[in-house]
Design a binder for this molecule. Structure first.
Ligand code: GTB
Length: 214
């Protein structure tokens, strides 16, 4: 069955991996599943046809036969459940990998998104200079804990999993701030993931939407 995902017709980063369709592309590349892309404009995302797929008018969405999904956590979990390569077979190891997916999305991502908002959308506010160090402090607190847990391991729990995929994509959002570089094992972790052939294929495919090069 054909898998179709939606992505930005125009992305603020010009297709350099930050928009969230990247997580889904990467997961599909890791498990070797072909997919098609339907590009949507910002206005089309708020039209009834797209809202029927995604109640919040966002990308990405995932369609496969009768199934339509939204939320990258749910989509990547679905892919990982149905194809080998992103979750261990051992029941406990599988549960731990899923735990890391949740940790990425519900514990690590929120302060990072708060920082992105503070830097990009609130930088011109009178209170921004006072608030920014507080927001950065909350990010550093999480990174310190994550860095301590990762230690000198390659991945968060044994082999690369959907948990690492989610965590790496969440951490990448920090690159423009320079904060990730303060934690050498985390920046090496991200670089290790970016060196994976599946990541490179997904990155090239997302970029090609904007450069026209395939
Ligand atoms: N929780 C949802 C998920 O994980 O699927 C969040 C989805 C989401 O935030 N989608 C964004 C969107 O559709 C695109 S990824 N926004 C439009 C809207 O809400 O109207 C966020 C994003 C976009 C671009 C960059 N960038 O260029 O740097 C980074 C992140």
């Amino acid at each position: 069955m054909t898998i179709t995902i939606t992505a930005f017709e125009r992305s603020p980063d010009g297709g350099k991996g930050l928009a969230r369709d990247m997580r889904v592309r990467w997961a599909l590349e890791e498990v070797g599943q072909p997919y098609e892309i339907r590009l949507v404009s910002f206005s089309a995302m708020k039209e009834p046809a797209h809202l029927a797929l995604h109640p919040f008018g966002q990308i990405p969405t995932y369609e496969e036969g009768d199934l339509a999904l939204f939320e990258t956590g749910a989509i990547v979990f679905h892919i990982a459940e149905h194809h080998a390569g992103l979750l261990p077979r051992d029941v406990n190891a599988r549960a731990r990998a899923i735990t890391w997916m949740f940790a990425a999305l519900s514990t690590v991502e929120p302060p990072i998104l708060e920082l992105a908002t503070a830097r990009l959308l609130e930088g011109d506010k009178s209170w921004s200079k006072e608030r920014l160090p507080l927001v950065e402090g909350r990010v550093r607190a999480r990174l310190k804990q994550l860095s301590a847990r990762l230690g000198d391991a390659d991945w968060l729990d044994g082999a690369f999993s959907a948990g690492d995929l989610m965590m790496v994509h969440v951490l990448q959002r920090l690159k423009p701030s320079g904060i990730l570089d303060e934690y050498p094992n985390l920046s090496a972790y991200v670089a290790r993931a970016e060196a994976r052939p599946a990541y490179k294929r997904a990155f090239a495919a997302q970029l090609a939407v904007f450069t026209g090069k395939t």
